[in-house]
Ligand binder design. Structure first.
Ligand code: 5GP
Ligand code: MG
Length: 192
């Protein structure tokens, strides 16, 4: 069977790649931070916020934060906004486009945008403007990682889980060329 012949070779490739990852934020560190972050959000946003997760990179972070929000007493509604700006490269193209829009009416709502990483700020600024245009009452932003770099767009996150060095990271939902999203930690690919 062709599939059977292919998978051992692919498994070997993955195993060979494993040592090249350095853990920056462990699964335990992320889990510990999540409840404190959710309390910060719940204290400021109230119970009935609309959470909009920016796909794909934030899907695991959003899933954990939404459940932490529940533990913090919130009852968030959830929607998803799928944006593209990266392709397969590790350098942003600078152009943000909507791949899939939200379904929820946001007029008058308190919205929390969730993204994986704030770097140049172009993605989050685009998303914030996109939701504001629809008449949201306020659009706050929450990122897993805040990279200490100069912003291109004039935006800072209202909430962040961690500050992050200026390195390319993967795992916990974040990819490089469609790989590594499943890792339970955030790591950097160590150059070989
Ligand atoms: P910005 O638009 O702020 O420059 O970049 C933010 C977006 O770029 C994030 O939502 C994320 O999708 C992507 N990004 C930025 N830095 C990294 C990184 O180190 N690793 C990965 N996988 N994506 C990144
Ligand atoms: Mg992204």
């Amino acid at each position: 069977m062709p599939g059977k012949q292919m998978s051992p070779a692919r498994d070997a490739d993955w195993a060979n790649d494993a040592p090249r990852l350095e853990v920056l934020f462990s699964a335990d560190a992320i889990a510990t931070r999540m409840d404190a972050l959710a309390r910060e959000v719940a204290d400021r946003c109230g119970r009935h916020l609309l959470v909009i997760a920016i796909l794909k990179g934030s899907f695991i972070f959003a899933a954990d934060l939404i459940r932490a929000l529940h533990r913090a007493g919130s009852t968030p509604e959830v929607d998803f906004l799928s944006l593209a700006s990266y392709g397969n490269a590790t350098v942003s193209s600078g152009v943000v486009t909507v791949l899939r829009d939200i379904e929820t009416a946001v007029a008058g709502r308190d919205v929390l945008l969730i993204d994986d990483i704030l770097e140049s700020g172009r993605t989050l600024a685009f998303a914030q403007a996109h939701i504001r245009e629809r008449g949201a009452r306020q659009v706050l932003t929450c990122v897993l990682l805040d990279k200490a770099v100069t912003r291109t767009a004039n935006i800072e996150a209202d909430f962040r889980a961690f500050q992050c060095p200026d390195v390319f990271v993967v795992g916990y939902g974040m990819d490089k060329a469609h790989r590594y999203r499943e890792l339970p930690f955030v790591g950097r690919i160590v150059p070989s």
